[in-house]
Design a binder for this molecule. Sequence first.
Ligand SMILES: CCCCCCCCCC/C=C/CC(=O)SCCNC(=O)CCNC(=O)[C@H](O)C(C)(C)COP(=O)(O)OP(=O)(O)OC[C@H]1O[C@@H](n2cnc3c(N)ncnc32)[C@H](O)[C@@H]1OP(=O)(O)O
Length: 280
Amino acid sequence: MYSRTMLKVRTLSNNLKMYGSTSSNFVNVSVNDKSGVAIVTMQREPVNSLNLELITQLKTALSDLERNKCRGMILTSASKSVFSAGLDIMEMYKPNQERVRNFWLSLQDLWMTLYGCSYPSVAAINGHSPAGGCLLSMSCEYRIMLPNFTIGLNETKLGIIAPSWFVATMKNTIGFRKAEMALTLGFLFTTEEALKVGLIDEVASSKEDAIAKADKFIGQFAKIPPQPRTISKLMLRSKDIETLRKTKEQDLQAFLQVVNDPKTQKGLELYLESLKQRKA
Ligand SMILES: CCCCCCCCCC/C=C/CC(=O)SCCNC(=O)CCNC(=O)[C@H](O)C(C)(C)COP(=O)(O)OP(=O)(O)OC[C@H]1O[C@@H](n2cnc3c(N)ncnc32)[C@H](O)[C@@H]1OP(=O)(O)O
């Protein structure tokens, strides 16, 4: 069965310590001794919003799994209602320039690592998965979602534009026409709608069921030689990864320009207020 933290997630690297961050553990990795399949659980309460530390720890966990030649990886959340709320808006609101730069470069790195990993990857989406949460899900090879949640790239609804690699990932997942509709509307799909449009592959009745279904999906590769599998996957995915690798700095500058625009800062302030007011 799955033993907790068999693969230790390294705590924050030295370059993050200079921001005075504490080395909290936002990612748990457990590996099934028999199958060699790892469950990577995001555990940054309350909504797994992707801050620099969560992003860095996810990237480290995925790279460690690659080095340890894991048989497959299931990405999920410790929350009962949110897979991931996407990027942590606090990282972009009144940002420290060095930190926000690192934040974006780390996100690029995480995406390239997850999208191009050699092992089979499944998202067990056990909660809402907007924006960056949807990106993580789509970057896996297979998606299993629980009912009554939402998923999608809702950036345009927030008055912002999803970066080109978010767009490419969605286009590769559901096709041009459906991606165009979803992106321009900033559409958040319900679980049923996501299944219909092909944004997810299966619906599960519980987290346990999702993990069982993910194990079954990954199990299919036991009979497939790993190298041809990986090469085939990368033939489909490497063009978009290479595009970002080559334009990392340009993409960073475009992000910094948007984030540092006073209009964006005002928008972020209002959005943060609206998130808080929803509760009141
Ligand atoms: C507006 C962004 C401008 C960015 C400008 C730069 C442009 C380039 C970047 C483009 C890429 C963007 C990709 C992204 O991922 S942007 C983030 C988009 N995410 C969302 O819109 C999701 C927002 N959250 C929700 O809809 C809900 O929280 C939820 C996920 C459906 C969960 O709902 P639930 O009721 O369970 O929880 P609450 O809403 O009460 O939230 C609990 C607390 O968490 C805070 N919260 C929620 N989401 C975020 C977030 N993404 N970042 C930071 N904080 C978040 C929320 O305010 C509550 O805080 P509180 O307890 O202190 O009130």
